[in-house]
Ligand binder design. Structure first.
Ligand SMILES: NC(=O)c1ccc[n+]([C@@H]2O[C@H](COP(=O)([O-])OP(=O)(O)OC[C@H]3O[C@@H](n4cnc5c(N)ncnc54)[C@H](OP(=O)(O)O)[C@@H]3O)[C@@H](O)[C@H]2O)c1
Length: 247
């Protein structure tokens, strides 16, 4: 089973990597169900996909709420008759030095970037286990495989989901449930992510980096499609995606 006809739930689908992935996967024949908080964005993207001949639906979703994820997956099943893939992509990056003690932002990153992924996993796991088929793709970050000053808590959430995806892959292989996982480690991708940085010194440094080397989220979308498109017995599971110019 390739990308064609797969039912794919995508969180963080209202902009950036999620939007680009939804559009590419739908173009390649997947039935995509988009979740995020900004409804008008979701509506516009779903209309764009439909006008281009694709199949798409959306539901307003806050990934910090387990019931929202359950409802998103239930809607995918009701609309398109099943669930094959969840792409846990929603995330925020309000980076700052730990000494600045932006504790509310630490908690928001843990709630969205880590617990949000767990909520997505919990929403699909019963179906994936029963049907012995499914794929969980999660957006970590290069900050999930190496440490960067300013990314203490952001990186902690991204290291955590890396571990989670690998353990799910191993446990599924042991349990014989055929659940595949893939983890993405993007570097500088030009999206709205930097808008979530409130610390001005951190923001201006990141703006300079992204302005000089950033690439479009289509680069990540192509990798997502590659992972989805593999045959059932093949689990491709770790991808860094760097701009060629980024040191
Ligand atoms: N851009 C990069 O350079 C880069 C590098 C490494 C990793 N990443 C990761 O890539 C992922 C996607 O980010 P992006 O770069 O595409 O940035 P983006 O354009 O800001 O997209 C982030 C998405 O997450 C959604 N989101 C945030 N909080 C949410 C919540 N509580 N519930 C549901 N959705 C929520 C946003 O939608 P709403 O605001 O509408 O809810 C938006 O659709 C993130 O996990 C990010 O950490 C990005």
């Amino acid at each position: 089973m390739s990308t064609q006809n797969k039912v794919i739930v995508i969180t963080g689908a209202s902009s950036g990597i999620g939007e680009a992935s939804a559009k590419l996967l739908a173009k390649n024949g997947a039935k995509v169900v988009l979740g995020a908080r900004r409804e008008s964005r979701l509506q516009t993207i779903v209309n764009d996909i439909k006008q281009a001949g694709g199949q798409a639906d959306y539901r307003v979703t806050d990934v910090t709420k387990p019931d929202d994820l359950k409802a998103l997956v239930a809607q995918a099943k009701a609309t398109f008759g099943g669930i094959d893939v969840i792409f846990n992509n929603a995330g925020i990056m309000p980076s700052s030095p730990i000494s600045a003690l932006h504790i509310d932002e630490w908690n928001a990153m843990i709630d969205i970037n880590l617990k949000g992924v767990l909520n997505g996993v919990a929403a699909v796991m019963p179906d994936f286990t029963t049907q012995k088929h499914g794929q969980i793709i999660t957006t970590s970050s290069v900050a999930g495989i190496k440490s960067f000053p300013g990314a203490g808590v952001y990186g902690a959430t991204k290291f955590a989901v890396r571990n989670l995806m690998e353990v799910i892959r191993m446990e599924s292989a042991q349990e014989g449930t055929n659940i595949r996982t893939a983890t993405l480690y993007p570097a500088a991708i030009n999206t709205e992510l930097l808008h979530t940085i409130s610390d001005q010194a951190t923001r201006s440094g990141m703006d300079q980096l992204y302005d000089s080397v950033g690439i479009t989220p289509d680069a990540v979308a192509r990798v997502v499609n590659f992972a989805v498109d593999q045959p059932e017995e093949v689990n491709v599971n770790e991808f860094t995606i760097y701009p060629t110019k980024q040191a």
